[in-house]
Design a binder for this molecule. Structure first.
Ligand SMILES: Nc1ncnc2c1ncn2[C@@H]1O[C@H](COP(=O)(O)OP(=O)(O)OP(=O)(O)O)[C@@H](O)[C@H]1O
Ligand SMILES: Nc1nc2c(c(=O)[nH]1)N=C(CO)CN2
Length: 175
């Protein structure tokens, strides 16, 4: 397996530094970086705004579990603390594996709770779908269809309109 879409989110500490460190930590496996967006908290309103971005990564040496391991290592490096009382609560860095594809382009499907693919809430999150479209205007979320259709659905209109592009916080130059 070689290819995956990863989402990055941060709403504690130096948010931009956490995103930059994650991109740097992934090194040469990063093929494309989205723009950074300032986004209102989703799922748990009582917390600061997030910075979110999405990456296309590729590595012949990485299987799906390998991407999750790298995601967790990046979260540990950012001193991420999990609060069991707040599932969608604040964090220094969240790295989720949104979807993954085999070498031949076949999507990886998994209902393992440790690594569910595609990510079970990706289709509900404008903060994932909008940056993903920056990278791939014709992206499809396996099992859910075109990313542009998901983002333009009435359920996501308010969330999509609430995203603020942050062109002052580039990630590209760090690839
Ligand atoms: N596609 C995936 N990407 C990342 N983690 C996943 C995925 N599928 C399952 N998990 C599991 O989800 C568990 C919780 O992860 P985490 O604490 O990052 O969740 P969260 O960020 O609070 O919520 P969410 O996953 O909705 O963003 C982890 O133990 C991880 O193994
Ligand atoms: N805007 C936004 N909201 C969130 C985010 C995130 O990355 N961005 N991550 C969460 C963790 O599950 C919960 N809520």
């Amino acid at each position: 397996m070689t290819r995956a879409i990863l989402s990055l989110g941060s709403n504690l500490g130096d948010r931009y530094a956490h995103l930059k460190d994650a991109v740097a930590g992934l090194g040469d496996s990063v093929l494309l970086t989205s723009g950074v967006y300032e986004t209102p908290p989703w799922g748990d309103a009582d917390q600061p705004a997030y910075l979110n971005a999405v990456l296309l990564v590729a590595d012949p040496a990485a299987d799906p579990a390998g991407w999750l391991e790298r995601a967790r290592a990046l979260e540990r490096a950012a001193d991420r603390v999990r609060d069991p009382q707040r599932r969608f609560g604040p964090r220094t860095l969240d790295v989720d594996v949104i979807a993954a594809w085999q070498q031949d382009g076949t999507p990886v499907l998994s209902d393992d709770v440790e690594l569910t693919l595609p990510h079970p809430r990706a289709h509900l999150r404008a903060f994932v779908l909008k940056p993903w479209l920056d990278l791939q205007p014709y992206a499809r979320l396996p099992g859910h269809g075109w990313v542009t259709d998901l983002l333009n659905s009435p359920e996501l209109t308010a969330d999509a309109n609430a995203l603020t592009p942050r062109p002052d916080l580039p990630l590209e130059s760090l690839e």
